[in-house]
Design a protein around this ligand. Structure first.
Ligand code: NAP
Length: 352
């Protein structure tokens, strides 16, 4: 699908951790960005975007839109050929009401945006921010896939409202999007499925789990040992670029695993220690039985999560995104170091 780059592009949840980098890239490339946020008047949420726009050649226009307000995306979508739908809550632990906190905003929100796409005839492409969480549920699921490596052909079939509600929310949201694109040929759907996103944040007020994960690794919270947990990791700037390429590469199609490499928590600590040896980074693994016993009290992780994820390898095949979008990924050391520098600059971690 050819996108006219002189037309405005819509970014939902524009103030989020991931979306802020996308908006920056779009504005610096000269695009007009229609940015939806829940409260355009809250400077603590959108001030960073206004400041970026002041320095960039593109134009930024804010629109107020909640995922659960029917029709809220009609006005911001006017004249747009390209829609980036990133908004969705990324909360993983201490979930008390999975429907309200995760599933409704993810699923109903995606349908709400796509219903606007149906009404706004200029739209030609939707780029949906989904997740590897829509590809697998638990790391132990890898034992059932060829070579133990997840690809775009896999779908998460093991998460539900009670177990891994965030992953379930991403799975149902992506599924309804693929159903919605069927039966018409005016617009197409390109999905970006990032693994755990890390790297510096432009947003000062994001609730993204990405930002707490690395803080807890370096602030001493986990100095007595970390669970043997492996993650796919990708730099937030690379995720933004993947969205940009998905939007403007006319031949782009399908789902795209967006993950630079897999690494354990202990491996991340080791990489960070090379540059920051003075911080109380963990050096040992916490036994799975201990994590199972005290994890729910200390960090809100569930016992079923510990059972199905701790101690299992987690690998993703990222060859399709390299081939389809020409993606290149930053080295993980750069991502973690830049993330740490930002935590220090913002005073979230004290400089030693
Ligand atoms: P984030 O900073 O918390 O951004 C989430 C965005 O969604 C915020 O703009 C938030 O707005 C918006 N949002 C949440 N509920 C909403 C509602 N009811 N109505 C309107 N907007 C709502 O998290 P993020 O990490 O950037 O996540 C962005 C996207 O990337 C999500 O789709 C997430 O699932 C996906 N993703 C993230 C990761 C990761 O590791 N970070 C990995 C894979 C996929 P407010 O600021 O008003 O709350």
């Amino acid at each position: 699908m050819n996108i006219d780059s002189s037309k405005p592009v819509l970014v939902t949840g524009a103030n989020g951790y991931v979306a802020s980098w996308l908006v920056k890239q779009l504005l610096e490339a000269g695009h007009t960005v229609h940015a939806t946020v829940r409260n355009p008047d809250d400077d603590s949420k959108v001030g960073h975007l206004r400041r970026i726009a002041e320095q960039a050649s593109g134009e930024l226009k804010f629109f107020k839109a909640d995922l659960l307000d029917d029709g809220a995306f009609d006005a911001p979508m006017q004249d747009c050929e390209l829609v980036f739908h990133t908004a969705s809550p990324f909360v993983q632990w201490n979930i008390t009401d999975p429907q309200a906190q995760l599933i409704q905003p993810a699923k109903r929100g995606t349908l709400n945006v796509l219903e606007s796409v149906e009404r706004v005839a200029t739209v030609k492409r939707v780029v949906l921010t989904t997740s590897v969480a829509a590809i697998y549920g638990d790391a132990c699921d890898a034992q059932k896939v060829a070579g133990g490596v997840f690809t775009e052909a896999h779908w998460n079939t093991t998460s539900n409202e009670e177990h891994q509600a965030y992953s379930y929310s991403k799975t149902v949201a992506e599924r309804v999007a693929w159903e919605a694109v069927e039966g018409q040929n005016r617009w197409d759907l390109v999905c970006i499925n990032p693994s755990l996103v890390m790297g510096p944040s432009l947003a000062t007020n994001s609730q993204s789990t990405s930002l707490s994960t690395i803080k807890e690794l370096v602030d001493g919270t986990q100095r007595t040992g970390v669970p043997k947990l492996e993650f796919g990791i990708v730099d937030v700037r690379d995720v933004a670029n993947a969205h940009y390429l998905a939007g403007f590469t006319s031949s782009a199609s399908g789902r795209h695993i967006c993950s630079a490499q897999s690494i354990t928590l202990l491996g991340m600590a080791k990489l960070l220690r090379q540059k920051y040896p003075q911080y109380p980074l963990p050096r040992t693994l916490a036994p799975k039985s201990v994590v199972w016993a005290i994890g729910p009290w200390i960090s809100g992780v569930t016992r079923s999560f510990v059972k199905n994820n701790v101690g299992y390898p987690l690998k993703f095949d990222n060859s399709y995104i390299k081939h389809d979008l020409g993606m290149e990924f930053r080295p993980l050391a750069e991502t973690l170091h830049d993330h740490m520098e930002q935590l220090l600059a913002d005073g979230i971690i004290k400089r030693r």
